[in-house]
Write a protein that binds this ligand. Structure first.
Ligand SMILES: [Zn+2]
Ligand SMILES: [Zn+2]
Length: 142
């Protein structure tokens, strides 16, 4: 965890966020993340008590345990958040992704053949991820 507060914004600038970002980026190839983001969903954790958000934010309840947020003006993805947990911000909000590095790929076995980030450090399969996060089921919709 970097101690510095990082400042980010959406494409149009209407939504601004500040947060203490972790220094690691996680990419997810689950069905929810790939459909919502249009690609692998990359996220950086930030403790909820470090987060300040302003602007026209909309949220979508993407499962029984999580929401996804975007700018209502330009449509930029902002975050994914499991209920009561850390925010998971998209890296693109922050200059140089806040200095974070891609360190983990979740649902790695679900990646499309054409671009699976082969060679990335840690690869976690669907079964492994859902075993360690028993409340998660890919494709679970409200
Ligand atoms: Zn915007
Ligand atoms: Zn996912």
């Amino acid at each position: 965890m970097s101690a510095a507060l990082q400042h980010g914004r959406c494409l149009c600038g209407a939504v601004t966020v500040s947060a203490q970002l972790a220094d690691e980026i996680s990419a997810c190839f689950c069905d929810l993340c790939t459909r919502w983001s249009g690609s692998a969903m990359m996220c950086i954790d930030a403790p909820a008590d470090s987060v300040t958000v302003s602007g026209p934010v909309k949220t979508y309840r993407s499962s029984s345990f999580s929401e996804r947020a975007w700018c209502d003006r330009c449509g930029s993805a902002l975050w994914l958040r499991d209920d009561g947990k850390d925010y998971e911000f998209v890296p693109g909000l922050f200059a140089n992704a806040g200095g974070a590095r891609l360190t983990r790929i979740v649902y790695a076995d679900r990646a499309p053949d054409g671009w699976d980030f082969a060679g990335a450090p840690q690869r976690v399969s669907r079964a492994e991820y859902e075993k360690s996060n028993p409340f998660v089921r890919e494709g679970e919709m409200p």
